[in-house]
Design a protein around this ligand. Structure first.
Ligand code: TEU
Length: 528
C-alpha cells in the first residue's frame, strides 16, 4: 500500500499560521514552533502553500524565484531546519508548486518582455492582439498589453501572473530540474497548482487538453519515477469523474490524486462559471456528487478529500451552524468526509471549527476580492450586496490568522496582523480546544487515528444509503466481511429516522445515540 493511503494531510497557510518575529505575518520559524502541535493531531503530512520568493500579489502563488525562500517567511536555513524538524517528528513535507505561471517579476518574464529574441520570450504566451475574449479567474480579460514587449501576454489569473508556455521544451526541462532540486533536498510531496492548465491552447480558448497528460507523464518520468515515495496531488478545476482516473491510475504514471471542484462549487449557479454566483444548496445533489466520486474512483484512482483550503470559505459557516450548533455541525461534517475513501486534507483552523469573518471593504487583502470590489464599484453595484457575496465565498474567510489562544491577536502575533483576526478567537482557539476533551479538536484527532487503525476506511467500497432523503446523509463501507455504517443529520432540526443500529458505535458526536431520532447535526458511525 502506498505510504500516504492511510494518512491525513494538514495544510498550513504560512502567512497566517504563526508569527515568530512580530511583523504581523506568519513565518517558517513560527511553523517550526508548532510542529509538535501538528504532530499531536496525528496527521502524517504537512502541506505548505508557496514560500518561494514572490512579490505576494497573490500571496505567493506568483513566484519570482523558485530557488529562493521569500525573506518574508525566512531564510533557506530556516527552510532546512523546518524540513529537518518535520522529518524528526516522523512527518512528511508537501510543497506547493505553481508552474502554470510565474510572477511578472520572475527573471524569465523580465527577459522575455525586454528582448523579443530572448530564449525566454517563448517561455510565455504573446500575441499581437487580444486574441480571444476569454476572461481571467480574477476578473477582466486574459490578454494584458506590455509596452516593454510591444505585445499582449496571456494570464489566466492576475495580470501579474503571466502563464508559462508548456509547449516549450526548454521551459519544461527547467521546471523539472527545479522540482528535482527540491526533491533532492528531501521534500516528500508536491501539490501542483492548477496543473491541468499546462495543457492549454490559449488561442483556441482551451484551458486543458490531451497535452496535460503528455506533460504530466513526462514530469513523472523526469521527477518521480525513479523515486519510490514521492506523493503528488494536482489541483484541477477541469477534473471530472471521467478524466480523473486518467490522471490518477497507477499505470498512467501521472499523479497520485487530484483536487476537483465539484463539491467546492456545489452551491454555485450551474449555468455559470462565476464563483460568486449562488443558488440554494441541495443535499441530495451533494450526496450524489460524493457518491459519484467515491464509486467512480474505487479501485480506479484515488480521491483527495477536502471541505476547506486557503481558497474556500470555512465549511462550518457554509454547511454548518457555528452559532447554535458549532460543535455538532463541525464534527458531523468532519465525520462524513473522513469516513470516506481517499486522502483527507485538514486546513489549518478547521480542527477547531474556525469560521468565516465579516470585514469592511478596506480590510480585505485577497487580490480576487479586491478585483471584485473594484469591478462592482465601477458597475455601480451596491457595496453591501458585494460584501454579502464576499462574506459567503471570499478567500480571506480562510486566511484570517490561526487562533491559538485568548492573548491579543489570538496568540498569532504580538502586533497588528496583515489580515484581521476573527473576533471569535476568544471562544474558538487551540488552547481552549486542547483543554476541552470533548472539543472539535479531539474529534478530528480520533478521525485521523481511525484511518490508520481501520483498513476498511482506506480500502472499503462505498454505498450511498437513503439517496433521496433531503436531510439524512447515510452511507456504508464494506471490506473483507466488515461493515461501517454512517448516519448523519445534515440539518439543524431533529430528524425522525429508523437507525440501523448495526454493530458497535465507534463514533458519535452526541456520545449516546437515541432510538430512531437524529438530533441537529447528529453523526453516528457503527462498525460490525
Ligand atoms: O487556485 C486555482 C483556482 O481555480 C482558483 O482560482 C480558485 O478557483 C479560486 O481561487 C476560488 O475562489 C489556485 C490557488 O489555490 C489559488 O490560491 C491561486 O490564487 C490560483 O491557483 C492561482 O495560482
Amino acid at each position: 500500500m502506498k505510504w500516504w493511503k492511510n494518512q491525513t494531510v494538514y495544510q498550513v497557510y504560512p502567512l497566517s499560521y504563526n508569527d515568530s518575529n512580530d511583523d504581523g505575518r506568519g513565518d517558517l520559524q513560527g511553523i517550526i514552533a508548532k510542529i509538535p502541535y501538528i504532530k499531536s493531531l496525528g496527521v502524517g503530512i504537512i502541506w505548505l502553500t508557496p514560500i518561494y520568493q514572490s512579490p505576494m500579489d497573490d500571496n505567493g502563488y506568483d513566484i519570482s524565484d523558485y530557488y529562493q525562500i521569500n525573506p518574508l517567511f525566512g531564510t533557506m536555513a530556516d527552510f532546512e531546519l523546518l524540513l529537518a524538524e518535520i522529518h524528526k517528528h516522523g512527518l512528511k513535507l508537501m510543497m506547493d508548486l505553481v508552474v502554470n505561471h510565474t510572477s511578472d517579476e520572475h527573471a524569465w518574464f523580465k527577459e522575455a518582455i525586454a528582448n523579443k529574441k530572448s530564449k525566454y520570450r517563448d517561455y510565455y504566451l504573446f500575441s499581437d492582439e487580444i486574441a480571444t475574449a476569454e476572461t481571467s479567474f480574477f476578473g477582466g480579460g486574459v490578454w494584458e498589453y506590455s509596452t516593454a514587449a510591444g505585445q499582449y501576454y496571456y494570464h489566466l489569473f492576475s495580470k501579474r501572473q503571466p502563464d508559462l508556455n508548456w509547449d516549450n521544451e526548454h521551459l519544461r526541462q527547467d521546471v523539472y530540474a527545479m522540482m528535482n532540486w527540491w526533491l533532492d533536498k528531501g521534500v516528500d510531496a508536491f501539490r501542483l497548482d492548477v496543473i491541468d492548465f499546462i495543457g492549454k491552447e490559449p488561442f483556441k480558448q482551451i484551458r486543458s487538453g490531451e497535452k496535460t497528460h503528455t506533460y504530466l507523464q513526462e514530469m513523472h518520468q523526469a521527477c518521480f519515477a525513479f523515486r519510490d515515495a514521492v506523493m503528488t496531488v494536482g489541483e484541477m478545476t477541469t477534473a471530472t469523474i471521467e478524466n480523473t482516473p486518467l490522471y490518477t491510475k497507477r499505470e498512467r504514471k501521472e499523479l497520485d490524486m487530484v483536487f476537483h471542484f465539484e463539491i467546492a462549487s456545489i452551491n454555485q449557479d450551474k449555468n455559470s462559471d462565476d464563483k460568486w454566483s449562488y443558488r440554494p444548496f441541495n443535499l441530495v445533489e451533494l450526496k450524489r456528487c460524493f457518491e459519484k466520486w467515491q464509486v467512480g474512483l474505487h479501485n480506479n484512482g484515488w480521491n483527495a478529500l477536502y471541505w476547506c483550503n486557503h481558497d474556500q470559505p470555512r465549511v462550518v459557516s457554509t454547511f454548518g451552524d457555528p452559532v447554535n450548533y458549532h460543535y455538532q455541525s463541525a464534527t458531523m461534517l468532519a465525520g462524513l468526509l473522513h469516513g470516506m475513501q481517499g486522502t483527507p486534507y485538514i486546513y489549518q483552523g478547521e480542527e477547531i471549527g474556525m469560521t468565516n469573518i465579516r470585514l469592511e471593504a478596506h480590510e480585505y487583502r485577497d487580490v480576487e476580492i479586491l478585483n471584485l470590489l473594484a469591478e462592482h464599484k465601477q458597475k455601480g453595484i451596491d457595496l453591501e450586496q458585494t460584501l454579502e457575496l464576499i462574506y459567503r465565498k471570499g478567500r480571506d474567510n480562510a486566511r484570517t490568522p490561526m487562533q491559538w489562544n485568548t492573548d491579543a491577536y489570538a496568540g498569532f502575533s504580538k502586533v497588528p496582523t496583515w489580515l484581521a483576526v476573527n473576533p471569535n478567537y476568544q471562544e474558538i482557539n487551540v488552547a481552549a480546544a486542547i483543554a476541552n476533551k470533548t472539543s472539535i479538536w479531539y474529534w478530528y484527532a480520533e478521525l485521523v487515528a481511525l484511518r490508520k487503525k481501520e483498513p476498511i476506511i482506506v480500502e472499503g467500497d462505498f454505498q450511498l444509503l437513503e439517496a433521496n432523503h433531503p436531510q439524512l446523509f447515510a452511507y456504508q463501507r464494506q471490506y473483507q466481511g466488515e461493515t461501517i455504517t454512517v448516519y448523519a443529520n445534515f440539518l439543524g432540526t431533529d430528524l425522525e429516522v429508523e437507525l440501523p443500529c448495526t454493530g458497535e458505535v465507534i463514533m458519535a458526536n452526541y456520545r449516546v445515540p437515541l432510538d430512531n431520532i437524529l438530533r441537529p447535526f447528529e453523526f453516528i458511525m457503527w462498525k460490525n
